[in-house]
Design a binder for this molecule. Structure first.
Ligand code: SAM
Ligand code: SF4
Length: 377
C-alpha cells in the first residue's frame, strides 16, 4: 500500500529503524507517578492556598487556559478521530455564558493566556461572538487552534473580535496525502485560509504538523522549506497516545530530535533563547536568519516540569493534564446557581492536584479515557 493511502488500521503497522541522534536540549523532569495525599497537603504539610495565583503542589503557577468549545469536527484525522465518532449531545456542552464565566474567574486567578480549541472550534455557531466576549476580559493572549477549513471568511471578523493569534493544523503539503490523513477537507482551502489569516493580521502564523512515521515523515524537509519561504512557524508534533481509535504505536512516532537532525543537516538550526518562557515547543531558527521551526516532543522529551496549563472541556470539566483522567466537574455546579467562590475552589483544586508529570514512558501507563478531541488539544 502506498503511503498516500492511509487507513486507520495502518497506524498499527510497526516499522523499524535506527534514528539515534544527539539530544537537542537538556531534558526536563521526567514523568513521575504522583504522591496523592489526602487532605490536600503536600509532603511537607503545605495546604492548598485560598488566595494568590493558581499554583500546584510542585510550585508551578498556571496562567494558560485551553478552552474546548466543542468536541465536534468536520474532519476525521487518522491520528485523532475514528470515522464513527459519537459526539456529545449539544445540551451537555457549556453555553457561552457558562464558558465566559469560567474564563472570567480563571482570569481573576491570574490566567493571562487563553486558547480556543476542540474538536474544531470554528464549527460551533457564534464563535466570533464568543471571541468578542472573551476579548473583553482583557487577557494578554487570546488564540485559537483550527483545522482552517472554515477560517478564510472568519479571519477578519475573528481578528476584529479580539483574537490575537491562530495555529493551523496541516499535516501534508501534498493534496492526496492531506486528504488521506485528514480524511475530509482539502489542502487548497487550508493554504488559502493561511493567506487570509495573515492578511487579517493574525500573524505570525503557526502551522502544526503531526508526524507519523511511514506516512508523512518524508515531508520534514518540505515543511522546513515551507517555513523558510513563508515565514510561518512550522511546529512538528509527536504523535501522542490520545487517538480515539486507540492505535497509537510508539514506532509510528517521529521523535523531535530526529526532526531536528534531519532539518539541521540541510539548514543548520540554532535555539531561540527565551529566558522565563513557558511553552511546549522548543523553538529553533535557521542560522542564516530565514525562518523558524518548533518541536513539540511531548512523548520523548516531556515539558511537564514547566507546564502551566489547565483545560476546560466542552462539557464543563477542568482537566489539569492531557494524560490524566483527573477531572473536576463544573457544569452541574454552574447550573445549580453556584457563586464565583465555588468556581474558584474547583479551579484551585484541579491545579493543586496536578501530577508532577505524565506517565507515558512508564510501563504501567494507561491511556486516558477521553481522546484528544474530547479533551481539547
Ligand atoms: N481541530 C483543530 C485542529 O485540528 O487544529 C483543533 C483541535 S486538535 C485536537 C488540536 C491539535 O491536536 C491539532 O494540532 C492536532 O493535529 C493535534 N492532535 C490531535 N490528535 C493528536 C495526537 N494523537 N497526537 C498529537 N497531536 C494530535
Ligand atoms: Fe478534527 Fe482537529 Fe481532530 Fe483533525 S485533529 S479530527 S481537525 S479535532
Amino acid at each position: 500500500m502506498s503511503n498516500d493511502h492511509v487507513a486507520a488500521h495502518d497506524l498499527t503497522v510497526r516499522t523499524t529503524g535506527d534514528h539515534e541522534t544527539p539530544r537537542v536540549t537538556t531534558p526536563v523532569t521526567l514523568s513521575v507517578r504522583p504522591h496523592r495525599l489526602d487532605g490536600g497537603d503536600t509532603l511537607d504539610g503545605t495546604s492548598m492556598p485560598t488566595s494568590g495565583p493558581l499554583i500546584d503542589r510542585y510550585g508551578r503557577i498556571h496562567r494558560d487556559l485551553r478552552i474546548s468549545i466543542t468536541d465536534r469536527c468536520n474532519l476525521r484525522c487518522v491520528y485523532c478521530m475514528s470515522e464513527d465518532m459519537v459526539f456529545q449531545p449539544r445540551e451537555e456542552l457549556l453555553t457561552f455564558d457558562e464558558l465566559v464565566r469560567v474564563a472570567r474567574v480563571a482570569r481573576d486567578l491570574g490566567v493571562t493566556s487563553m486558547r480556543l480549541t476542540g474538536g474544531e472550534p470554528l464549527v460551533r455557531r457564534g464563535v466570533v461572538d464568543l471571541v468578542a466576549r472573551l476579548g473583553e476580559l482583557g487577557v494578554e493572549d487570546l488564540a485559537l487552534t483550527t483545522n482552517a477549513t472554515r477560517l478564510a471568511p472568519l479571519a477578519v471578523p475573528l481578528k476584529a473580535a479580539g483574537l490575537t493569534r491562530v495555529n493551523i493544523s496541516c499535516d501534508s503539503l501534498r493534496v492526496d496525502r492531506f486528504a488521506s490523513i485528514r480524511r475530509r477537507g482539502d489542502l487548497t482551502t487550508v493554504l488559502r485560509a493561511m493567506d487570509e489569516a495573515e492578511s487579517a493580521g493574525l500573524a505570525p502564523l503557526k502551522v502544526n504538523v503531526v508526524l507519523l512515521r511511514g506516512i508523512n515523515d518524508d515531508e520534514i524537509l518540505d515543511f522546513a522549506r515551507f517555513a523558510r519561504t513563508t515565514g510561518r512557524i512550522v511546529r512538528f508534533i509527536e504523535f501522542m497516545p490520545l487517538d480515539a481509535p486507540g492505535q497509537w504505536d510508539r514506532d509510528r512516532l517521529v521523535a523531535g530530535r530526529d526532526v531536528w537532525a534531519t532539518v539541521n543537516a540541510v539548514w543548520p538550526l540554532e535555539p531561540v533563547d527565551e529566558p522565563g518562557r513557558v511553552a511546549p515547543a522548543e523553538r529553533f531558527r535557521f542560522v542564516d536568519g530565514v525562518g523558524e521551526i518548533g518541536l513539540i516532543s511531548t512523548v520523548t522529551q516531556p515539558f511537564c516540569g514547566t507546564c502551566d496549563r489547565l483545560r476546560l472541556t466542552s462539557d464543563g470539566s477542568i482537566r489539569n493534564c492531557l494524560f490524566s483522567d483527573d477531572e473536576h466537574a463544573l457544569r452541574d455546579l454552574l447550573r445549580t446557581g453556584c457563586d464565583d467562590d465555588a468556581i474558584q475552589l474547583v479551579l484551585r483544586r484541579a491545579v493543586w492536584n496536578k501530577f508532577p508529570g505524565h506517565a507515558i514512558n512508564e510501563t504501567d501507563f494507561l491511556r486516558p479515557h477521553r481522546s484528544m478531541s474530547m479533551i481539547g488539544g
